[in-house]
Design a binder for this molecule. Structure first.
Ligand SMILES: [Zn+2]
Length: 366
């Protein structure tokens, strides 16, 4: 199918013509192209940088059909590139489907016994095995490894780091030797210095950041994926942790200041990207909610969209809207930086040159 579109191509601000031929973008006219839109806003395919295809909503491993359905929901929301941030199942079969988003895998979560959600991760009895397991997961993934940096330690009644600093350093070095980047789940304050000083590439959640650890992130060039819509579940987690009052109070405090924390990190120059943490406790297809949440946490609407599109694509080594790149973009009737309702309703999603029109929210028909 040959397509022609005219509109404002973000992040630029001028109206341009764009063509699609054989699934690829061109800025040279293509003969016999069908005009898909004559005026609109064209945005590089959205990126959900923390999206668990393979974890069932409500918990547990997703099956093949369920994982396919999750990927389809993401596509219809405009999220065409997903960094999975850890999945308990092998989702390679999705790579064979031209109609589904591209997944950048992080292998399986790496944790310690009783120190993460049961049955999702690889649990190491001996922390000295971390470097070797990280290297294995680096080879199994698509350039990322996910470790669990902290979790509740029931004997201490609060969040505690899972690993000693020396082991983290060795493990992150091992991933880098394999050409992979490393990210970590981290909620509290105490695990942060060890992770950042060890040269970790990204932090997930990062609710425990302080001025001091933000400064360390800036120094090391560490990225942050706050997953704000997931942090909004912290009060519920606290409510259910009646046996651990210190932990519960800690979670409530982290939640209460998270928007200030993200704003401080952004103001200091920490690169921030959009991740929903879909799977488990968050439904898939909520990228617009997370963009909106970041826009309420110190980022401008332009910056929040950039964090979910062209800047995230650059960070993950994927092209935006450029000649010869795969035709992966989202078309809106109005400027998607004007607010929530525009972001929620893309006119078209174009993935590898194929057009997916908006579904009717009631009937589900296109
Ligand atoms: Zn997650």
């Amino acid at each position: 199918m040959r397509l022609h579109l005219r509109g404002v191509i973000l992040p630029g601000d001028e109206v341009r013509d764009l063509w699609v031929c054989d699934g690829v973008i061109s800025f040279e006219p293509v003969r016999d192209a069908e005009t898909l839109c004559g005026a609109g806003w064209i945005v590089p395919g959205l990126v959900d940088a923390h999206c668990h295809v393979g974890i069932r909503y409500g918990g547990g491993h997703e099956d093949r059909e369920g994982a396919l359905a999750q990927a389809e929901i993401e596509r219809d929301a405009g999220a065409l590139l997903l960094r999975d941030a850890g999945s308990p199942i092998d989702t390679r079969f999705i790579d064979e489907r031209a109609d589904l988003p591209k997944i950048i895998r992080a292998g399986r979560h790496i944790a310690r016994p009783k120190r993460y959600i049961r049955e999702l991760g690889i649990e190491l009895d001996d922390e000295r095995d971390l470097p070797q397991i990280v290297a294995e997961q680096a080879r199994a993934g698509d350039g990322w490894v996910k470790i669990v940096g902290d979790w509740i330690d029931r004997s201490a009644g609060d969040l505690r780091p899972l690993w000693s600093d020396a082991v983290l350093k060795e493990a992150i070095d091992a991933a880098h030797r394999e050409g992979a980047r490393v990210t970590a789940h981290v909620f509290g304050e105490d695990a942060l210095p060890g992770l950042i000083e060890a040269g970790i590439d990204c932090l997930e959640h990062g609710t425990g950041l302080t001025d001091e650890t933000i400064e360390m992130m800036v120094h090391h060039g560490t990225a942050l994926v706050p997953t704000l819509i997931n942090i909004d579940t912290f009060p519920e987690i606290a409510d259910s942790a009646t046996k651990f009052p210190v932990y519960a109070a800690h979670m409530r405090d982290l939640h209460a200041r998270v928007r200030e924390t993200v704003a401080a990190a952004h103001a200091a120059g920490v690169p921030i990207y959009t991740g929903t943490d879909a799977g488990g406790s968050i439904r898939h297809g909520r990228i617009a909610d997370e963009i909106e949440a970041l826009a309420g946490a110190g980022l401008s609407r332009h910056e929040a969209l950039a964090a979910a599109s062209w800047r995230a694509r650059e960070w993950l080594g994927r092209p935006g809207i450029e000649a010869g790149a795969p035709a992966d973009f989202v078309v809106y009737e109005r400027d998607p930086r004007t607010g929530r309702n525009v972001l929620d309703a893309p006119a078209f999603v174009v993935l590898r040159g194929r057009v997916y029109p908006r579904r009717d929210p009631v009937t589900g028909h296109r």
